[in-house]
Design a protein around this ligand. Structure first.
Ligand SMILES: Nc1nc2c(ncn2[C@@H]2O[C@H](COP(=O)(O)OP(=O)(O)OP(=O)(O)O)[C@@H](O)[C@H]2O)c(=O)[nH]1
Ligand SMILES: [Mg+2]
Length: 492
């Protein structure tokens, strides 16, 4: 979602980063790049102008330029301004006791009918009884389309074949809802290619005579500024309560999501992220801002790290890093600290630049991988943990693998990756928490990289060993345990 906007913005902000002190002129340069990124994402010109003015006002002040970390502050300012640009959002559908009427309107092909189904599904899940109403009499096929969707979802659909007056259909639907005990009526209205007087009049009629509690505009997120302009016209005619932005799963550039509220005064309430009828999400400006900035929720993470990390342990590790003494033991310790923040998948989502990773990780059991890595490290002698690449040869590899219940090549993988990481780890010495977290993220990326991924733990092959084989395996394990003990002693 919004990859190019994300890239544009992060490269703009990157030009500011790394400069200890910022002058007014390079701050302005950075902001000009932010402006360009927004315009390229098809954000309305007036929105961009206003946005940059606000960011500039704060960023060019003494407080920021004179601060220790101005570029960081600029990121914070842009972040907050993005949130203000898109929110606040009231996610409630304002369902009332009795019958609530929700009306969907929008241009042709924006996704009204599909969204009608999606909303019906959501409402049904929340324990209410929706009735989908085919109020689009423009196209004969429209009624059938809604019926198919209703059937797929097991939801009731009200339609009248051959009807001419959409207002009457809506009024009849309301009566019908009361007789069948439906408590949320969803009106799927007709669309037009462009905003035209006839359409607006029809919608106004429905609005006046049926008096929906909420009117939502469905906007195709791919259409950028056109969509936003039409949203303005709809809002003037109907007083919208919210916008539903669809097709954000495609290559929408982000213009609509950033412009809608500023231009119409109406926030995006939901986003459609697919053709499937479950692809509807509540819209959260904070999350969207973070996503757009590719920054995850690092601020929360830093806070949590301060609260939960054992500061003494961190100091000890830092000292070791500085001396170049970092070992697999330290690595595991550090993983343990990270774990205090929650499951790895959740942490990933909070880390900057991890958007893409998260999707890849959906099918990866990252916590399980970490456990397995711990198992491998446990099966090593202290000496091996200190110097894995030198000591772990083929026979040790086999021994460690047997001890940890993994394949020898997985041990090899860990050793190789640890080796590659050492440089990175040494770099971490002396870094602040924030940079360190970023480094940790690189580290974890290295370890859970699906391409270099350790093989899944085998959950039994189904093959049963006979007693002879079992005895042999037991002997082997005992021998390994003795050897490990010996080595542990020998190496202090
Ligand atoms: N990828 C994607 N496609 C969507 C989304 N929402 C709707 N669509 C698709 O967009 C097309 C048009 O959707 P409809 O729901 O028929 O749009 P409409 O506004 O009812 O169209 P008219 O009734 O002709 O005005 C369909 O092919 C939908 O599957 C979405 O969030 N993502
Ligand atoms: Mg339709």
């Amino acid at each position: 979602m919004f990859e190019s906007l994300q890239e544009g913005l992060s490269s703009a902000l990157k030009t500011l980063r790394g400069k200890g002190k910022l002058s007014e002129s390079n701050m302005r340069e950075g902001l000009a790049l932010v402006e360009k990124a927004l315009l390229e994402a098809d954000v309305s010109y007036s929105v961009v102008k206003d946005f940059i003015a606000r960011v500039g006002e704060e960023a060019l002040g003494e407080k920021v330029l004179g601060s220790l970390d101005p570029s960081q502050q600029v990121v914070g300012i842009v972040h907050q301004q993005l949130i203000d640009l898109m929110g606040p959002v009231d996610h409630s559908l304002h369902l009332q006791p009795g019958v609530t009427v929700l009306m969907l309107c929008g241009l042709q092909g924006s996704g009204k009918t599909t969204t009608c189904g999606k909303l019906g599904r959501l409402i049904n899940e929340r324990g209410r009884k929706p009735l989908l109403v085919a109020a689009d009499l423009q196209r004969p096929a429209a009624i059938e389309q809604l019926q198919v969707i209703g059937e797929q979802l097991g939801l009731a659909v009200y339609s009248e074949s051959g009807a001419k007056d959409p207002v009457a259909v809506c009024q009849n639907a309301l009566k019908h809802a009361k007789t069948v005990g439906a408590d949320v009526v969803l009106l799927d209205t007709a669309g037009r290619l462009h905003v035209d007087a006839e359409l607006m009049e029809q919608l106004k009629q429905i609005d006046r005579r049926v008096q929906p509690q909420q009117v939502y505009l469905v906007v195709d997120g791919m259409t950028g500024q056109d969509a936003v302009n039409s949203a303005k016209a709809f809002n003037e005619a109907l007083e919208l309560d919210g916008v539903i932005l669809t097709k954000l799963d495609g290559d929408a550039r982000g213009g609509a999501v950033l412009s809608v509220k500023h231009v119409t005064g109406v926030p995006v309430k939901f986003i459609g992220t697919g053709e499937h009828l479950d692809a509807l999400q509540e819209f959260h400006p904070e999350r969207m801002a973070q996503r757009i900035l590719g920054m995850g929720d690092i601020l929360t993470l830093v806070e949590q790290a301060h609260q939960k990390f054992d500061q003494d342990e961190m100091a000890r590790q830092e000292e070791r890093l500085r001396k170049g003494e970092f070992t697999l033991d330290d690595f595991r310790n550090m993983m343990g600290q990270t774990k205090k923040l929650g499951p790895l998948n959740k942490i990933m989502s909070l880390l900057p630049g991890m958007g893409g990773m998260q999707d890849m990780l959906n099918n990866v059991d990252a916590d399980g991988d970490m456990k397995r890595l711990g198992g491998i490290i446990d099966s090593m002698t202290p000496a091996e943990r200190r110097n894995p690449s030198k000591l772990v040869d083929q026979s040790r590899r086999r021994r460690i693998a047997t001890g940890a219940g993994v394949e020898p090549h997985e041990v090899n993988e860990l050793v190789k990756q640890f080796d590659g990481m050492s440089a990175l780890m040494k770099e971490m010495a002396g870094m602040g928490v924030r940079d360190r977290l970023k480094r940790m993220q690189d580290l974890q990326r290295g370890l859970t990289n699906p391409n270099a991924q350790l093989q899944r733990a085998k959950l039994g092959t189904g093959k049963r060993l006979n007693s002879q084989e079992r005895a042999k395996l037991r002997k082997h394990r005992e021998k390994e345990a003795r050897r490990r003990k010996r080595e542990t002693k020998g190496n202090g």
